[in-house]
Design a protein around this ligand. Structure first.
Ligand code: ATP
Length: 211
């Protein structure tokens, strides 16, 4: 794997850097300092400098970083040339929102198909994406490596098992269930309720100093 040398925390910031630098490039900016970047994307400048050193980009004092060089690096690292096709399971409220959103601002990720068990939803096109019956998932999902899971809690484990059998490599899990997968399947878990509760807790107990 090409990205082995980049620490995971750095890799997670890549899309953030990429999006911002792309904007700068569109505005015709040739260079950017770590301070400017830091203010724009709220990552401290020491972290940015360390991250960028992994990319072989060495900022020059008084000059900053070359925007085009960095973009070239990010494009190849994030495989911007390839489109990653994604499947979504569970076209409820959250699932429907994702289908309508469909990551149109990231031109390298696209939800290609969705699955549901509800007869009324099967056969519909939501946000341009066809909704198939869950019974068809095994045959249709072939060749797709990433799935977004937005089914009810009670269904999460069963669906996960099927996804694993179908050869899925990564699952973005929006259910509160800590799903179990084999070692070679990666799960990223996003529990929106927990995130929101954490934010409220921090606001209460760790108020930010007023500016
Ligand atoms: P809604 O109001 O549309 O039901 P919701 O997000 O509150 O939305 P949930 O009960 O969380 O509904 O279910 C999410 C979606 O998952 C629904 O569209 C439901 O039909 C679908 N679903 C439930 N069981 C399965 C299953 N076994 N396989 C695939 N999809 C399922």
């Amino acid at each position: 794997m090409r990205q082995n040398k980049i620490p995971q925390a750095t890799a997670k910031r890549l899309p953030l850097y990429y999006r911002y630098l792309n904007n700068l490039n569109r505005q015709g900016k040739k260079r950017v300092s770590s301070k400017e970047l830091s203010e724009a994307i709220k990552v401290d400048s020491a972290t940015i400098r360390r991250d960028f050193s992994y990319f072989g980009a060495l900022g020059k004092k008084g000059y900053g970083y070359n925007v085009e060089y960095l973009l070239g690096f990010f494009r190849s690292t994030l495989d911007q040339h390839e489109t990653t096709e994604v499947a979504l399971i569970g076209v409820g409220n959250l699932g429907t929102a994702f289908l309508n959103y469909n990551f149109t601002k990231n031109n390298n990720i696209q939800i290609k198909m969705a699955f549901d068990s509800d007869e009324e939803k099967i056969g519909q096109i939501v946000g341009g994406v066809p909704v198939y019956g869950i019974d068809e998932m095994m045959e249709r999902i072939e060749g797709i490596s990433v799935a977004i899971l937005t089914v009810p809690v009670s269904e999460a484990d069963v669906i996960t098992e099927k996804l694993v059998k179908a050869g899925i490599e990564g699952i973005l899990n929006f259910t509160p269930v800590r799903i179990t997968v084999p070692e070679d399947v990666r799960v990223h878990h996003i529990d929106l309720a927990v995130e929101l509760q954490a934010l409220v807790y921090f606001l209460k107990h760790y108020p930010l100093q007023s500016k």
